[in-house]
Design a protein around this ligand. Structure first.
Ligand SMILES: NC(=O)NCCC(=O)O
Length: 363
């Protein structure tokens, strides 16, 4: 199935059923954005899907609305994985450049790419040496340099998940945050590493040592929960307690496990923690030859955004490159927390002892 389930449902339901369905399934505040003709034209020429939605918040007496546009890009690799590292990377840059230009023309202010966006996800091969050219410096590597230009030109904050190599030659799974001046703002290293099926990242790098940082950008306080970290509810909680208004979840995940979780975890995290969540997954099929054997991996895309009131956008395609543009009003976070009394009824003090005991008794 290539199209998203959301697109299929939209086609199959009659007009009346569809509006009722949308309200119940996605939440009430999900409106389609009017995108420019040039955007639709560019998406046809360059063969990527583009969808836009907005989540509305109530007008407040004392605070101005804080409306911004977010962009999520999902894309496949371009060249086969036997080509040189430089060729593969430049071909991805070329593809992503075209999508970023469209995002910029639609006024996107914070843009997030998928996990290790500028390389094939070779971590399923269990090989290291052959691929080491993809590991790059967080501050000065090719991906950061490439994106910095766009960040500066379009006053856009960009989240760039990469494979990092530090000054000691140690690898990390890292998300770099570039500010709207094109400067390196900081980074977060993936906290939870999968050791499940063909996802075995622990032989490549260690769990992150950056805690749960929040990046104060010009537009919002943001955080990044990288891929597998979405299965850990407390990982989301910590970003929320540290003050995140939007948490991005750049991912690389395949249908064989956890596609049924995909639409639930980030949506639930948004409700539980009062922030917006942005889920971005890789898309396309990647093939590797290891000891004359072929390894094939297909990623199911389906990127989407959730608001703190639980509303979510329909998902992008399961097989096609795509840009999801989302207009949000950050004021919605406090409005939802106030309405439901979530801050007032939280009992963090009660959890402390339990967490303490569980940590001490952990094997
Ligand atoms: N990249 C990554 O952490 N994948 C693990 C599989 C998953 O969590 O869906």
């Amino acid at each position: 199935m290539d199209r998203s389930l959301d697109k299929i449902l939209k086609e199959k339901l009659s007009d009346i059923n569809l509006s009722e369905f949308n309200k119940i399934y996605y939440g009430s505040a999900n409106c389609e954005l009017n995108l420019k003709d040039a955007t639709k034209c560019a998406s046809e020429i360059h063969n990527f899907e583009v969808d836009g939605y907005s989540f509305k918040a109530a007008r407040e007496e004392l605070r101005e609305p804080r409306i911004i546009r977010l962009g999520l890009i999902q894309h496949s690799i371009v060249l086969s994985t036997d080509k040189s590292i430089n060729e593969q990377r430049l071909a991805i840059f070329d593809k992503v450049r075209k999508i970023i230009e469209v995002a910029a023309s639609e006024g996107v202010r914070i843009l997030c790419l998928q996990e290790t966006w500028s390389m094939p996800f070779f971590l399923c091969t269990r090989e290291k040496e052959a691929w080491s050219g993809f590991a790059e410096s967080a501050k000065e590597g090719p991906s950061t340099r490439f994106l910095s230009e766009f960040a500066k030109k379009y006053e856009m904050v960009i989240i760039s998940p990469i494979l990092e190599i530090d000054e000691n030659g140690v690898w990390w799974n890292t998300a770099v945050v570039i500010n709207e001046k094109g400067e390196y703002l900081g980074k977060h290293r993936k906290n939870h590493l999968p050791s499940v099926g063909s996802f075995n990242e622990t032989s490549y790098y260690s769990p992150g040592n950056t805690g749960h940082p929040i990046f104060q950008t010009k537009y919002a306080k943001i955080a990044v929960n990288i891929c597998y970290g979405r299965h850990h509810a407390l990982n989301w909680l910590m970003f929320g307690l540290n003050g995140a208004e939007i948490v991005f979840n750049p991912s690389a995940t395949i249908s064989e496990f956890g596609e049924s979780f995909w639409g639930i975890e980030a949506r639930n995290a948004a409700i539980a923690n009062g922030f917006f969540t942005c889920s971005v997954n890789r898309v396309g099929t990647e093939m590797f030859t290891v000891n004359d054997k072929e390894i094939t991996r297909s990623y199911y895309g389906s990127s989407y955004v959730t608001a703190p009131d639980g509303s979510r956008t329909p998902m992008l395609s399961r097989s096609k490159d795509g840009l999801l543009i989302m207009e949000i009003d950050l004021n919605l976070s406090r409005q939802v927390k106030d309405r439901w009394g979530f801050n007032m009824t939280s009992r963090l003090d009660v959890y402390v002892e339990c967490l303490q005991n569980a940590t001490e008794n952990a094997i």
